[in-house]
Design a protein around this ligand. Structure first.
Ligand SMILES: [Zn+2]
Length: 650
């Protein structure tokens, strides 16, 4: 396989990345000694049923842009972890290299290693049921092509989205023609609340999520023993064109059974777990239980590093237990939409019970400490996986970590505030850093002591204290370099792929600065079209600049003829609100248009004057007031915000 890189990487990075320090070697060796490396059952499961590997080479656009290339990971070949990779993380990085078309059982196949997630194929009576068509059209198409190279070329008759995360629906346009959906030839099935969850989780706070996801997945890190080795759930998120086709059928009841192209499917809703809208499936005739993303062979996230509303591990554990109670007795194979299956009823029950107890344990123990007055970072230090769980591979923190999941539980119940009023109104990071460094005798004095602590292997503290120096003096090269060195060692020690990626990418930005990427529209066209008009106006409201709106009141009535919707939009107190199904009598302007036109305007593909000219946007009343309103909105900016340094105006 070629080792061409899918991402532009500063050529100098690998030269600057340092060796593992003695403290890192010791920490990694200590973990290796504790874990059961003799248990290689997962390696057999990950290979079982292989029909054909992902074809040599790469998924690329016609112009040659590389979208997916497992060849970048050719360095992951030996059993022994390099000194710069946590040995347990190395293990799953090897497992996640298993790739190709796999036969799981009669009529059920999986395509793994085309993306971070799996696409599952069930062979129905007349065609194919595709479950979770990956992140982008290009990789989903490539995956289906591999299936067709080895199995009969039957048409896709149904697509099922297990949940509302883009790696489970984004590639749908690569495997389905929307016309076939609109004309009823292809069913698209999703859990209740799917479209609301897609917009709720990823649209309103989209830009910082994209930026923070760069740290979580390490997409802009070089691949290598001193760079990105994995993302926990899979190697990395595929690049290419994400899209969305809205579901035609929503699962609304706690448990619903449907027959899809001759295949009986029992849907079990599991909302507010790994995603706000998620469901499990049991296929009684195949003896297969599909837990979507709620029982992966690792510790998942209660809040991912990219940011999200805190998830509910208590209810998550309950839905796993419900699945055990309802389906495990009839299950021969357990599958998920990431990683490899588990075969055998006893193993499956054992595995699911461990997952259930993993989430419940972290939840319960966090509450136990919270109820004794402990603070988030103290609880994170105190709790670890209990004996009986800790030595199981399937619960290790490859994606989430006990530490940040504990903090998510705290946040869910008690918020960001630890209750200490000294933390209620502190100075923001940059002015506080100036004071800290001044009190500590200046940057040079801090650096001298931090160098000594680095030599002792106190990397956590070195990063913590040098953050203050870097915030006080963002151009201090020595402080940036030492802070980067400390983060790098923390990355080398991290068992969680997302921690490793965050630490190493932090080091990369401290050393090289922020890699500037061309800005792109904040919301993809398909996602925008899928938004309710309610959320569409929310998206407008969060762009309002109060300085430009000061002292103004504006009311605009809207009629969207393509959706048969009316809205009244009101600017008052420098705040935009909207009322659905209403028009206000004394509005400044009345606009008649379509949502499709509004979407094109929002995407920058159409200007309002041009829309007015071709009759797609009709304004009665005071056009100047409408124009003034638009003039108060921020233009969506670049997303490469400063994170390791304070940033402008702060
Ligand atoms: Zn996923």
């Amino acid at each position: 396989m070629t080792t061409r890189s899918a991402v532009p990487v500063p050529a100098s990075h690998q030269d600057i990345a340092r060796d593992a320090e003695p403290a890192t070697l010791a920490a990694n060796a200590a973990l290796a000694a504790r874990l059961p490396f003799g248990d290689t059952a997962d390696f057999e499961a990950a290979r079982r049923g292989l029909v054909a590997p992902v074809p040599e080479g790469i998924v690329a656009t016609p112009s040659g842009t590389v979208l997916w290339n497992l060849g970048e990971y050719a360095f992951i070949d030996g059993e022994l972890a390099p000194a710069t990779v946590n040995p347990s993380l190395w293990r799953i990085a090897r497992l996640n290299m298993a790739n190709g078309l796999f036969k799981v059982t009669d009529r059920l196949y999986q395509l793994r290693g085309f993306d971070i997630s799996n696409m599952t194929v069930i062979e129905g009576d007349s065609g194919l049921i595709l479950i979770d068509p990956l992140t982008t059209a290009e990789v989903a198409r490539a995956a289906l092509d591999l299936y067709y190279a080895h199995r009969p070329r039957k048409p896709v008759v149904a697509v099922i989205y297990t949940h509302s995360h883009v790696d489970h629906y984004g590639g749908v346009r690569g495997v389905v023609d929307e016309a076939d959906v609109l004309e009823g030839r292809v069913r698209v099935i999703a859990p209740a609340g799917f479209m609301e969850a897609v917009s709720g989780e990823n649209v309103l706070a989209g830009p910082p999520m994209i930026r923070r996801a760069q740290f979580q997945f390490g997409a802009l890190l070089p691949r290598g023993a001193r760079g990105q080795v994995d993302a926990g759930l899979g190697k990395c998120v595929a690049r290419g064109t994400p899209g969305l086709i809205a579901p035609t059928q929503s699962i609304e009841k706690a448990v619903e059974e449907h027959t899809v192209d001759g295949i009986r499917i029992v849907f079990q809703l599991a909302p507010e777990t790994e995603a706000p809208a998620e469901m499990h499936m049991f296929y009684p005739d195949l003896g297969v239980l599909n837990m979507a993303e709620n029982a992966c062979p690792l510790l998942h996230n209660f809040i991912p590093l990219r940011g999200a509303v805190a998830r509910d591990p208590r209810i998550w554990a309950r839905y796993i237990d419900d699945a055990i109670a309802m389906y495990a007795g009839r299950t021969e194979v357990l599958i998920g939409q990431h990683h490899w299956p588990t075969w055998g009823r006893e193993r499956i029950v054992d595995y699911l019970e461990a997952q259930r107890d993993l989430y419940k344990h972290i939840h319960d123990q966090t509450l136990r400490y919270m109820n004794r007055g402990w603070r988030p970072s103290e609880i994170a230090e105190a709790i670890d996986l209990p004996p009986g769980l800790a030595e199981r591979w399937s619960v290790r923190g490859y994606y989430g970590s006990v530490s940040h999941n504990v903090k998510a539980v705290y946040q869910r119940y008690l918020s960001w505030y630890d209750g200490n009023p000294c933390n209620l109104h502190p100075l923001p990071p940059a002015p506080a850093a100036l004071k800290f460094v001044e009190y500590m005798g200046g940057a040079e004095a801090v650096l001298a002591r931090a160098r000594a602590d680095f030599a002792k292997g106190e990397f956590r503290w070195v990063a913590q204290v040098l953050k203050e120096v870097v915030y006080a003096e963002p151009e201090n090269r020595a402080a940036r370099a030492l802070c980067a060195d400390a983060l790098e060692q923390m990355g080398y020690q991290a068992e969680s792929a997302t921690w490793r990626n965050a630490f190493l990418y932090g080091a990369q930005e401290l050393r090289h600065g922020v890699f500037q990427m061309p800005s792109r529209p904040g919301v993809a066209a398909d996602t925008l079209a899928g938004l309710s008009t309610d959320v569409f106006f929310d998206l407008m409201a969060i762009r309002l600049d109060p300085a430009r709106a000061a002292g103004q009141s504006i009311v605009v009535n809207w009629t969207f003829t393509d959706r048969d919707e009316t809205f009244a939009l009101t600017l008052k107190h420098c705040t935009l609100t909207h009322r659905a199904g209403a028009h206000v009598e004394k509005a400044d302007a009345n606009v008649t248009t379509t949502r499709a036109t509004m979407d094109r305007i929002a995407l920058g593909k159409l200007a309002i004057p041009a829309a007015i000219q071709d009759g797609a946007f009709k304004v009665e009343g005071d056009f100047a007031r409408l124009a003034a309103l638009y003039g108060m909105l921020d233009t969506p900016g670049a997303i490469m915000f400063d994170i390791l340094t304070p940033g402008e105006g702060r």
